[in-house]
Design a protein around this ligand. Structure first.
Ligand code: SF4
Length: 348
């Protein structure tokens, strides 16, 4: 009980004094909290702010999101990655329009049923906007909690997350939204993941076991991650005068429906590329080595080697556009953005 009272009093008082001013904290509108939470998955707060503001200007509410054209939506999302998140936003908005008459559902259970919304986001919306006592469990919260208690459970296991979720449910106060945000913010700004935590500024240091024993570097305990699949690609940077070739990816699988530079699975040297071009009857005047780039996805790593290829004419099945138009109108995923950047030096 002492732990419960101490954590609530100290944490909430600290949060009221120290909370950051963020655009989605101006009100407790569930649409604003929802969009910000989805954007914040895998992306830092500072990087999300301009995306959030641009998104809200163009798509200010659920109705606008339910009806936006998918290409435009993906373009607004460009650079945030994990594009299925954007597609799910639109699907969920359509459900809110058709099944809830445009009014955001107001319980954890109902919010959880929407596509793309997991426990964490549902808890954040339900607690911040509707005061439901549901804890948000993310890496920040797990780190703070396991350090406070010197808890040795493996946080990579779902079972551990479930148990900790249950334990935090028992200490969460009436101000559930502030409590959740405070714990997350403490993890982001004070109880840091890399490097030494700022314990001397922490409102919970008086009840923190890791602080008492200076053992913070041992927590949280995380099991080894499983290895990622490694794939090698050769990327063809075709250009004809000021136009470059792009194509739309399949409508299934990783990066579906996004735009990319033509590429083939496997490694090729200059001689292999020239052979490939001849086999495919692509008339070229010049082949030069471009940059190499490694892109890390959740379950895969792509090693990409590129070649600039000046061709003598445009050809199918690609779209040929100038760089300004590509930047403005096509959603290029971050795996291919370094090549777009390279092109700028090459042909501008
Ligand atoms: S005292 Fe230090 S280790 Fe403990 S919760 Fe605060 S910042 Fe983290």
């Amino acid at each position: 009980m002492v732990f419960k009272e101490e954590i609530n009093t100290s944490l909430l008082a600290w949060y009221q004094k120290n909370k950051r001013i963020l655009p989605w904290r101006k009100d407790k509108n569930p649409y604003h909290i929802w969009i910000s939470e989805i954007m914040l998955q895998q992306t830092r707060i500072e990087a999300v702010i301009p995306y959030y503001e641009r998104f809200m200007k163009r798509i200010p509410d659920v109705n606008a999101l339910a009806t936006i054209n998918e290409d435009e939506l993906l373009k607004l999302w460009e650079g945030l990655g994990y594009y299925n998140r954007a597609r799910n936003l639109k699907k969920a908005a359509q459900i809110i329009m058709s099944e809830y008459q445009g009014v955001f559902p107001n319980t954890y259970e109902e919010i959880m049923r929407l596509p793309g919304i997991g426990e964490y986001t549902a808890s954040a919306i339900a607690s911040i906007c509707f005061h439901e006592a549901t804890p948000t469990i993310d890496g920040n919260v797990l780190r703070v909690y396991t350090r406070l208690k010197e808890d040795k459970r493996n946080i990579a296991l779902n079972q551990t997350k479930k148990e900790i979720r249950k334990e935090i449910s028992q200490i969460i106060p009436l101000e559930a939204g502030d409590f959740n945000e405070a714990l997350m913010e403490l993890g982001e700004t004070i109880c840091l993941p890399n490097g030494e935590p700022k314990c001397n500024m922490c409102p919970l240091s008086h009840i923190c076991k890791a602080y008492q024993h200076q053992s913070w570097s041992k927590f949280p305990v995380k099991a080894e991650k499983r290895t990622k699949k490694e794939l090698f690609y050769t990327v063809f940077l075709f250009y004809y005068q000021h136009q470059v070739a792009i194509r739309k990816r399949d409508d299934k699988g990783l990066l579906k429906n996004l735009w990319e530079f033509p590429n083939e699975l496997g490694k090729m040297g200059v001689a292999d590329v020239k052979k490939y071009l001849k086999q495919h009857q692509i008339h070229f005047s010049n082949v030069k080595k471009g940059i190499n780039y490694k892109h890390v996805f959740t379950h895969q790593i792509w090693y990409m080697e590129s070649y600039f290829i000046e061709v003598l004419e445009t050809f199918d099945p690609f779209i040929w556009e100038n760089l300004a138009k590509i930047k403005e109108s096509y959603a290029i995923p971050s795996a291919f953005l370094p090549f777009l950047q390279e092109f700028k030096h090459k042909i501008n």
